[in-house]
Design a protein around this ligand. Sequence first.
Ligand code: PRX
Length: 648
Amino acid sequence: MTQQQVYPVNETFKKRALIDRAQYDAMYAESIRDPDAFWGKHGKRLDWMKPYTKVKNTTYDYDNLSIKWYEDGELNAAANCLDRHLEKRGDKTALIFEGDEPSVSRHVSYRELHEEVSKFANVLKSLGVNKGDVVTIYMPMIVETAVAMLACARIGAIHSVVFGGFSPEALGARIENGKSRFVITADEGVRGGRKIPLKANVDKSLEGSNVPAVDSVVVVTRTHADIDWKDGRDVRYEELMKDASSDCPPEPMNAEDPLFMLYTSGSTGTPKGVLHTTGGYLVYTSMTHEYVFDYQENDVYWCTADFGWITGHSYILYGPLVNGATTVIFEGVPNYPDASRFGQVVDKHRINVLYTAPTAVRALMAQGDDCMAGTTRDSLHILGTVGEPINPEAWEWYHRVIGNSNCPIVDTWWQTETGGILITPLPGATDLKPGSATLPFFGIQPAVVDSDGNVLEGKTEGNLVILDSWPGQMRTIFGDHERFKQTYFSTYKGTYFTGDGVRRDEDGYYWITGRVDDVLNVSGHRLGTAEVESALVSHDKVAEAAVVGYPHEIKGQGIYVYVTLVGGAEPTEELRQELVQTVRQEIGPLASPDVIQWAPGLPKTRSGKIMRRILRKIAANEHDQLGDTSTLADPGVVDELIEHRAFQ
Ligand code: PRX
C-alpha cells in the first residue's frame, strides 16, 4: 500500500536544485548516446597534471575484458582534494570532527589539512613507503585517518583500510593478502563510550605465521592507553610529525594507477581486495556527490559511514573533498549518549545533508518519535540512505521525523565494486517512491535479466546487471584478475553482474530486492556465508555448518546458523556461546550469529550440495513455501529442522 505512494519533487527544493527533470533526461540521454563526449567533458572537473586525450576504452567482452578511463592522463588524488582549494578555500572548513563524546569537536581547514597530509606523506616516505606499496590503515573515525589516506594518495601508495570492528585474524588475513609492510593504527578507538583495543589487535594480527614481516606500525595517540611496544617496528605518529617538513609535492599518477584497495565479501572464498584506480574514480565520486546531494558551496554535509567501508572512502573523503565541501567525521554511534545524537549533531553543526544507513533509521524508529526530542534538525534539506533496501515504513519515518516532512530522500544503490552511486534519485529531478532507488545516474545502463541471461523489458523482475562501464568501476581484484573476471563477468556474458535482484515498475523505477547470491547484508555490513561457515567449522566440535540470512527488524538481515556437531559432542548452551565467540574471533563482532540451530543433518541434494533455499525458508519461518524438495537425498531432514526450529 505505502509502496504506491509517490512524493513529487519538493517544491522548495526545486528552486535551488542543480538539476531538474528535463535536465536529467537530457544529460542522461547524452551520457548514453556519446559516453566519450560526456565523460570527456565531465572529466575536466578535476585538475590534471597531464590532460587526457583518451576517455573511454572499455569492453565487457569476456575474453578481451578491459576497463580503462582517461588512460593517458596524469593527476594526483590528494592534490585534487586539497591543493587546488588552497587559493579560494584555504580557510574553509574541510573536516568537522565530531567526537564520541558530544563535548568534543574540531574544525580542520583545507589549509591545515593540506599541511598535515603533506607532513605525514613525508613521514611515510621516511619510513620507506614507496609509490605502489600497500599501506594498511586500521583506525577509528578520527581526523588522522583522513590524513593517512590522503598522505598515501599524495605519494602514490595504495591504502587498504580495514574496518576497526574486524578481529585480529581478519586484519591479519588482509595484511597478508595485500602483502602490506606498513600499518597505521591508533592506541585505541572509542565508540559509544567503549574502547576498542586497536593496537593490541594489530599486535595479535602480526603474530600469524603467514603474515609478512611488517616494517612499521605507526600509532596515533587517541586515548593514551598503555600499549605494548615493539622497538624498531612501532613508531608514534605525533613524534614523527613534530619535525616533518610540510613540503611534499604530489606524485603524478597515471589515471589508471591504483588509488586504493578495499576488502569486501563475496559469496565464496575469502574476502577480495577490490581495486580502484585514480582518474575515473575521482571523476565519478565527485560528480555523483555533487548531483545526488545537490552539493553547493556552503552546504555542510554529513555521511555517517565509517572509513572502513566504501561509503566512507567515496562519500566522506574523496567525493566531498574533490568538490571543496565541508564533510563531517563522526567517531560515535547514533544512540550514544542517547538516541537523539543524530539530531544533536545536525543542530550543532547546522548540517544540510544527512546520509546514513537504513539500519540506523530503523534502530531510531524503534525508539519512537520522541527520540529526536529537543532537536530541530531545521538545517537539513536532503536525507540519503545507502547499504541495503529501506522498507517503506522506515523511509516514511525518516522523512517525517528526522526530515520534518521537508527533505527529499535519496535512496542510493551501489556497491564497493561500483566505486560510486549507480541508481538514485536526484533530489530536484526525481519523484520519489519510498523503497525505490528510482533511476540510473548519468552513464549507467542497468538491465534486468532472467536466469538464462535474457534481457527483460518493461515492468519486470530478475537479476540486475549493468550493460556498460562507468568511470568509477573497480578494475580488478588485487592479485587475482581471473577471479575478477569470473565473479562479475562470467554469469551473464557481456554484462557486469551485480549479485542483486531487482524489480522494475511501470515508471521504469528500480526496486532492489536484495542479494541473489550467498552474500549477507547485516546492518548494511556485507558478509559471505562461506566466511562465517569456515569460522564455525574451525571449532573442533563442529562437523558442518550452513549459514543463511533471515529478515531482522533492525538489522535488515540477521545471521541464522545451522550446525551439525561431530559425533559425541553435546549441544549445550555453553557450546553455543563458544561458537559465537569463535566467529567473533575469526571475523569480528559484526559477524556474530543471531540464531544457532543444532542440526542433526542438513538438507542436501543427492550430489551433496546443501540446499540453502530450504534453509532460508525455515529460518524465515516460511516453511509452508519450501518449494520442490524432491531432489533431496533425505527429505526427513527438513521435517526435523522445522520441528526444532530455533526461536528468534
Ligand atoms: O545488495 C546491495 C546492497 O549492498 C550491496 C553492496 O554492499 P557493499 O559493497 O558493502 O556496499 C554498500 C555501500 C555502497 C549491494 O549489492 N545495497 C547497497 N545500497 C542499497 C542496497 N540495497 C538496496 N538499496 C540500496 N540503496
